[in-house]
Ligand binder design. Structure first.
Ligand SMILES: CC(C)(COP(=O)(O)OP(=O)(O)OC[C@H]1O[C@@H](n2cnc3c(N)ncnc32)[C@H](O)[C@@H]1OP(=O)(O)O)[C@@H](O)C(=O)NCCC(=O)NCCS
Length: 155
């Protein structure tokens, strides 16, 4: 298994996985997510790729790109409530359906942790949708804990 940063030529394949995530989000919250995979959503991968604050990590197994993550460097300046914060946010994360439960995502997280440590970060953060119980089980299995919640009341 090879985990590394993506090449531009691999972004179309990354988009196939991004579509899997979007479909999952549409199924879970059709009131929030737009169905399909618009040209705008597809092209956004090139914006991510060329942004110096973002990086795309991929996992390749037997020549197949089977998982990816988008890393985003976030800097929050100090404000009257909070100290300055600087952390690595995992913005998007997916393993191809055909490769799930074979340790791909665990390898991606190991790479991301090691990269974050090398870059001097002391925290990795992410947010996820409550309906996505599989993702929650995975994130908890690799050591993430919940430190903040979004709540809602349907009217
Ligand atoms: C969540 C996701 C990334 C996990 O990827 P994966 O490569 O299958 O995960 P791993 O094989 O490394 O799993 C490691 C451990 O996490 C836990 N785990 C992973 N997926 C799980 C699931 N669906 N249900 C329960 N536990 C799960 C298990 O403990 C697993 O170990 P085991 O297989 O020995 O029991 C993958 O299911 C996925 O891409 N889902 C769709 C997209 C998504 O939800 N992305 C994240 C939110 S944007």
């Amino acid at each position: 298994m090879d985990v590394r940063f993506a090449k531009e030529t691999e972004l179309e394949r990354v988009n196939e996985l991004r579509k899997q995530v979007n479909d999952l989000h549409v199924a879970g919250r059709p009131d929030i997510f737009k169905p399909g995979f618009s040209e705008e959503l597809a092209n956004h991968v090139y914006t991510i790729f060329s942004d110096p604050d973002q990086k795309i990590v991929i996992c390749e197994r037997d020549g197949v790109l089977c998982g990816f993550a988008v890393l985003h460097h976030i800097h929050k300046p100090e404000n009257p409530f909070m100290y300055e914060r600087d952390f690595l946010d995992i913005d998007e994360f997916c393993v191809d359906e055909a490769y799930r439960r074979t340790g791909v995502a665990t390898e991606l997280i190991a790479f991301i942790r090691s990269h974050a440590k090398t870059q001097g970060y002391d925290r990795i953060e992410l947010n996820m949708w409550e309906f996505n119980s599989g993702a929650l089980a995975f994130y908890e299995a690799v050591g993430f804990t919940t430190y903040r919640r979004y709540m809602e009341m349907r009217i």
